[in-house]
Design a protein around this ligand. Structure first.
Ligand code: NAD
Length: 245
């Protein structure tokens, strides 16, 4: 039986790279997206043309009813979810905490944490019944070290780390592994605002002297989601070029 992976926020960036990586590894792929309908459809078409069963599902992960409807549709189309990749996330342009509005604070937590809670809670009953499953949560180096002018983002990504460890302890006896990838600074649309000077500063602080590529993070996600990591749970893997050691 083919395995199915459900990847949130997968129309672009790290999520889309993860979709391609799982597809190459023989998984059926459920591509969640928020608004980027054309990008998601193009990705699904690309995967289908490569002989992979894949479909796109529009849903806001911060909305519980949309998540439940999405999972019901995925199960109808592709069967039970074997691997959940909680990738959807947002970052707010650099802002000092003193200038944060409550609305922005809540939005970061709703997407980055509540979205993860919704999707995880939705897949657990099926994984528990099958006594098999893997969840990979996407955090960030800022969730480990903290990032200036990114306090709420860092707080959510720190919560992803502790959520990973707590849940791994809770559901390990049910045959479910929970791990986390905490990327360094990756060359995706999320970092499109970086000026050439800001990039140079990052290169100088990174032993490998460059930003990461989405494909490099996707490999880490695939590894932790696959049976190749069958004795690994509750771990944080941080592909960051040596920025944080
Ligand atoms: P991205 O902005 O290209 O991708 C994020 C995706 O999440 C987008 O497709 C977006 O539409 C989707 N999304 C946002 N809100 C959503 C919602 N409510 N429901 C469903 N989907 C939603 O950025 P990326 O760099 O590919 O980021 C992917 C993940 O990696 C995020 O969790 C991000 O925090 C994390 N991350 C990124 C970096 C980096 O440097 N790019 C570093 C560390 C961690």
């Amino acid at each position: 039986m083919k395995r199915t992976v459900w990847i949130t926020g997968a129309s672009r960036g790290i999520g889309a790279a993860a979709a391609r990586a799982f597809a190459r590894d023989g998984y059926q792929v459920a591509v969640n997206y928020l608004t980027q309908h054309e990008a998601a459809q193009a990705l699904v078409q690309e995967l289908c043309e490569a002989g992979v069963r894949a479909a796109a599902y529009s849903a806001d992960v911060s909305d519980r009813s949309q998540v439940d409807q999405m999972l019901a549709q995925i199960e109808a189309d592709l069967g039970g979810v074997d691997v959940l990749v909680n990738n959807a996330g947002i970052a707010i342009p650099l802002t000092r905490l003193v200038d944060y509005t409550e609305e922005k604070w809540d939005r970061v937590f709703r997407v980055n944490i509540k979205g993860m809670f919704h999707c995880t809670q939705a897949v657990l009953p099926g994984m528990t019944a099958r006594h098999h499953g893997a969840i990979v949560n996407v955090s960030s180096i800022w969730g480990i070290t903290g990032g200036p002018e990114e306090v709420p983002y860092s707080a959510t990504k720190g919560a992803v780390v502790t959520m990973t460890r707590s849940l791994a302890k809770e559901v390990g006896p049910d045959g479910i592994r929970v791990n986390c990838v905490a990327p360094g600074i990756i060359d995706t649309d999320m970092n499109a605002w970086l000026t050439p000077e800001a990039r140079e500063t990052i290169y100088a602080a990174t032993p490998l002297r460059r930003l990461g590529r989405a494909e490099e993070i996707a490999e880490a996600i695939l590894f932790l989601g696959s049976d190749r990591a069958s004795f690994i749970t509750g771990q944080i893997l941080s592909p960051n070029g040596g920025y944080v050691i």
